[in-house]
Design a binder for this molecule. Structure first.
Ligand SMILES: Nc1ncnc2c1ncn2[C@@H]1O[C@H](COP(=O)(O)OP(=O)(O)OP(=O)(O)O)[C@@H](O)[C@H]1O
Ligand SMILES: [Mg+2]
Length: 281
């Protein structure tokens, strides 16, 4: 009886479908409600929303986002996702932030000013692409196993890793209705490692474009956030790739899933009224 939707894709809303837009609005109303905010009638609270978008999706998705927020928030501010992470950590100078989420991996070099286009990059290699690969690899090896993309994501969030495996990854799934165990260690490693080459290549490319006086500082201040940064061994693997440039330091943030929203809240608190774009309600 349900019309199930997953309205986000590649880090932005799917465009052109009214149903998907409605689904996003439902999620937003639900979230605002969770925060205990009265959205209707007398005593309605004013809502100002900071929306994080992938570094490079900025121009294209702007209007679409604004239309969707209309009727939900009084005013909005769109910020680049990795910038929000940097702001929350007060890493505004000589830092490279890599935010590896579900739809995208976003990069942003912080050089003491609001990042320009040249300071930012977006890659489609993140959590969703790992899920798709893992699904494909397991289907190839176990064509009779029955599983959904949701099971795949749960397995990944529990056992994801890159590099040498510490343990075997054994999951259970039905085969023609009968539950059996399957060893997916190799598939898990291959799927998780698939995002490493593009991420390391982009890291090196961005670092090599930093002004020579500061390259050393930025190389030693690589900050990794986003849910997919929880993949075991990922931060070390990125740090290892910095050896190509003579070495550096990559660290994961304390709360990778919330670093972006914590930063957005800090931006909202510090903003002046001129920073907000008014919407018609
Ligand atoms: N322990 C974990 N190991 C591996 N992946 C994880 C883990 N926990 C969460 N993830 C993955 O992190 C992703 C969600 O991260 P996050 O919340 O940062 O994304 P998002 O901000 O919603 O997406 P985007 O930034 O692309 O718009 C999902 O793909 C999820 O499966
Ligand atoms: Mg994100």
């Amino acid at each position: 009886m349900l019309d199930l939707r997953r309205p986000l894709e590649h880090g932005v809303m799917k465009e052109g479908s009214e149903k998907d837009q409605e689904a996003v609005q439902e999620i937003l109303r639900y979230l605002i409600d969770l925060a205990g905010i009265k959205q209707k009638g007398k005593g309605k609270t004013k809502v100002r929303a900071v929306v994080g978008v992938p570094a490079e999706a900025f121009r294209v998705s702007r209007q679409n986002l604004r239309n969707t927020m209309e009727g939900i928030a009084d005013s909005v501010m769109l910020v680049s996702e990795p910038f929000a992470v940097a702001y929350g950590l007060e890493a505004l100078l000589h830092a490279l932030v890599i935010d590896i989420g579900a739809g995208t991996a976003d990069f942003c070099v912080m050089q003491g000013h609001y990042p320009t286009e040249a300071d930012q990059r977006t890659l489609p290699n993140a959590g969703d692409s790992i899920d798709e690969q893992l699904e494909k690899l397991i289907r190839e090896r176990h064509p009779d196993a029955q599983f959904s993309i949701h099971m795949i994501r749960q397995w990944k969030e529990r056992w994801s890793f890159v590099g040498e495996p510490k343990d075997r990854v054994v999951v259970s799934a039905p085969f023609k209705g009968k539950v059996a165990e399957l060893d997916i260690t190799g598939e898990m490693r291959q799927a998780c490692e698939s995002i490493l080459p593009p991420i390391c290549e982009t890291t090196i490319d961005l670092l090599s474009k930093v002004e020579p006086d500061f390259q050393d500082k930025v190389r030693n201040n690589v900050i990794i956030a986003g849910g997919s940064s929880l993949i075991s061994g990922l931060t070390d693997a990125i740090q290892k790739s910095l050896l190509e440039l003579g070495g550096g330091r990559a660290v994961g943030v304390k709360d990778p899933v919330f670093a972006g929203s914590d930063g957005s809240l800090a931006i909202a608190r510090d903003a002046s009224s001129a920073d907000w774009e008014k919407l018609s309600l």
